[in-house]
Design a protein around this ligand. Sequence first.
Ligand code: AP5
Ligand code: MG
Ligand code: ZN
Length: 215
Amino acid sequence: MRIILLGAPGSGKGTQAVVISQRLKIPHISTGDIFRSNIKNGTELGKKAKEYMDKGLLVPDELTIDIVKDRLQQEDCKNGFILDGFPRTIPQAEYLDNALKEMGIKLDIALNIHVPDEEIIKRMSGRRVCPKCGMTYHTENNPPKKGNLCDGCGSEVVQRDDDKEETVIKRLKTYHDQTEPLIDYYTKQGIVVKVDGTAGIEATTQDVFNALGVK
Ligand code: AP5
Ligand code: MG
Ligand code: ZN
């Protein structure tokens, strides 16, 4: 299955993508995670991306598109993939459509995980992430089993640099201006399914699997 995840920052895209990826055995491709790993490794791309990310802005399309192109051509994407955080602009969506067309494939579904802005602002202050393996936690909704150590790899979980309240508010504005129009774009292709992202992590997962037709 070829899936893209729409939804505001903090709507739960990463949380659900990990579960979908495990269940369907397809790779989880997050442009945000790719940028963060470049920042951690001090690459040129990471340095450029960080300037935008810290301000709650999108990284320019020309830095983003090539990464995805390379990734989709790798062997493990043969049976499907789940794109988390890409596309985020109309030009990225048009680019993706063309790239898939060249590869002779199509998207199956665009999941729109919906959460109101007020709820997102409340949620983000509690998010913690594992810097090593990328697992996502929440101090109240989904804490690690042992203190602040990742369940998967034992590393200490941390707060993301862009999860400060003022940056979250900017990211939401960026989302409404530049990314939300994609809901219309993919509605015209007939592939959008809306999922309630406020229902708690497991209930949302159930809705996601219903939407995907996975039992
Ligand atoms: P990215 O990393 O993609 O961030 P984002 O879209 O802002 O989304 P988040 O990762 O913040 O949230 P999420 O939806 O994954 O939620 P999560 O599962 O963590 O991008 C970061 C930056 O990189 C962008 O701002 C931009 O600068 C740049 N970038 C990335 N891609 C780009 C692109 N294509 N073009 C240009 N720039 C790009 O969940 C959030 C919290 O809520 C967690 O603590 C979780 O435990 C909790 N939670 C999840 N679900 C539930 C639930 N159902 N109930 C209660 N709590 C829940
Ligand atoms: Mg994420
Ligand atoms: Zn970990």
